[in-house]
Design a binder for this molecule. Structure first.
Ligand code: UD1
Ligand code: CA
Length: 467
């Protein structure tokens, strides 16, 4: 290692606590904020710190928590260590000791504090500098329940837990956030020396502060003022409050990029949204996964849009549901979608395509200018330019065992209430008469009609009711 190389960072995430106040079968750290489990937020932040490793302390609900942590796709090397029984935060971090290298800085985080920003932790790590014990602190108007930062002059002397604090100490408003950065080597030594002689009979991690002071290691407090970054979740009410606060922040961030939100208080983003300028989003829309909106895109009220790319100038009318899941959905420039449209995985719509009310599109490409304006289903289909697909028509793509493709070449006109039984191709420029069930491919330019022939009986007298 060269002299200037940054000190490696290893993260410990405490996630073994019970979370009784959530009143849920789901472990607390798996509750979701903005669609993502709380502990995953913490790991995402750790990954953005370029941490070398993460050790997660599990206990309550470990059999549910660990599969998520160890699932493929984690940006960090994650190791799970069980803490059983749970004898306090100091005891929790003791469990991680065998998994921690000696040469790093350890950043200790809580699995139920999801919104700490990477730059805040970078500043904390810089304060630690591999030499000092750095505590993330904040002044709270109501510090009840928190560990207080006890200073002598400016010098931090100890953290005293609320239950152990004297009346004078309880007046202190500066509290420990639960987050610290500490040289690994010293942490290990201090952890071996903490005891449980306190009001709660627990091994307190916070006791490392007085051990550091006793060893002459400087303790520094990095005080922030943004309470959201250290807010922990203990109850459904706190979860909902933090969700709203987080959503409002995301909304402001988007508006700063030029996105117009009709009401930032009625906007939900559970993933990532890239919005170009002059995008307009009406109220009560939910965005999930990865969504990208081109310049001037308009999204009507009450839409749910997930995993989708919408090109410039397209308009999505109210009550439309789009979910691209793994395959994605793309909507071309100037397309008009909805109201009440449903776009499913693999829907790829070209420029100026129109999809109207109660139209479902799945795994289908529609070329420029194609239209399906009312009450229709297009699944496993390739639709050419300028095709007009009539109301009530469907592609019968599934034979009960396999899916088959329907090809509708350019400039075809499909009448209303048709069934296209796949595999089938409708030749370019062809017309299919309303009410037809098409089972054989048709030639370009042909009119195809496949339905019972109409019979009309002149002057037909209806039966009369018997007297
Ligand atoms: C802790 C701090 C307190 C601080 C507060 C900030 C201690 C002793 N006190 O108190 O100074 O102001 O956080 O929120 O550290 N956990 C385990 N195993 C255990 C106990 C807890 O994994 O045996 C986990 C919990 O799941 C939670 C975290 O550690 O994620 C914090 O535990 P919690 O009981 O909430 O600590 P506090 O009493 O709030
Ligand atoms: Ca807590």
């Amino acid at each position: 290692m060269s002299l200037n190389a940054p000190i490696p960072v290893d993260v410990v995430v405490m996630a073994a606590g019970k979370g009784t106040r959530m009143k849920s079968r789901l472990p607390k750290v798996l509750q979701r904020l903005a669609g993502v489990p709380l502990v995953q937020h913490v790991l995402n932040t750790a990954a953005r710190l370029n941490a070398r490793s993460a050790v997660v302390i599990t206990g309550h609900g470990a059999e549910q928590v660990e599969p998520l942590l160890l699932a493929p796709g984690q940006a960090l090397a994650v190791q799970c260590v069980r803490q059983e029984p749970q004898l306090g935060t100091g005891h929790a971090v003791q469990q991680a000791v065998p998994a921690l290298a000696d040469d790093g800085v350890v950043v200790i985080l809580s699995g139920d504090v999801p919104l700490t920003q990477p730059d805040t932790l970078q500043a904390l790590i810089a304060q630690c500098g591999g030499q000092q014990l750095a505590l993330l602190t904040i002044d709270l108007a109501d510090p009840t329940g928190y560990g207080r930062i006890v200073r002598q002059g400016e010098q931090v002397q100890a953290i005293v837990e609320h239950k152990d604090a004297s009346p004078a100490q309880r007046q202190i408003q500066e509290v420990y956030s639960g987050i610290m950065a500490v040289p690994a080597k010293q942490l290990k030594v201090w952890l071996s020396r903490i005891d449980n002689q306190n009001a709660q009979g627990e091994y307190y991690l916070t006791d490392v502060v007085k051990l550091a002071v006793a060893d002459g290691v400087p303790v520094v407090a990095h005080k922030i003022s943004d309470a959201l970054q250290v807010a922990g979740i203990n109850s459904p009410v706190q979860l909902a409050e933090l969700e709203r606060a987080h959503q409002l922040r995301q909304a402001h961030h988007l508006m700063e990029q030029g996105v117009r939100l009709k009401d930032p208080a009625r906007f939900d983003l559970r993933g990532q949204l890239d919005g170009a300028q002059d995008v307009e989003i009406d109220v009560n829309c939910i965005f999930e996964g990865r969504v990208s909106l081109g310049e001037g895109v308009k999204i009507g009220a009450n839409c749910v849009i997930a995993n989708c790319t919408i090109a410039a100038g397209a308009v999505v009318h109210p009550f439309t549901h789009i979910d691209g899941e793994k395959l994605g959905v793309s909507v071309g420039e100037g397309a008009l979608i909805g109201p009440f449209a449903r776009l499913r995985p693999g829907a790829q719509l070209g420029a100026e395509v129109h999809i109207g009310n109660f139209v479902e599109v799945k795994n289908a490409t529609m070329a420029q200018g194609a239209k399906a304006n009312h009450l229709a289903y297009l699944g496993d289909a390739t639709v050419g330019e300028r095709v007009n697909y009539g109301a009530g028509s469907i592609t019968a793509n599934y034979d009960g065992a396999n899916k088959h493709r329907t090809v509708i070449e350019s400039d075809v006109h499909i009448g209303s209430n048709c069934v296209l039984v796949a595999p089938v191709t409708i030749g370019a420029g062809g017309t299919v008469g309303g009410g037809s069930t098409i089972t054989k491919s048709t030639e370009p330019g042909a009119l195809s009609v496949a339905r019972g022939k109409q019979v009309s009986i002149a002057n037909w007298a209806r039966p009369q009711k018997k007297k």
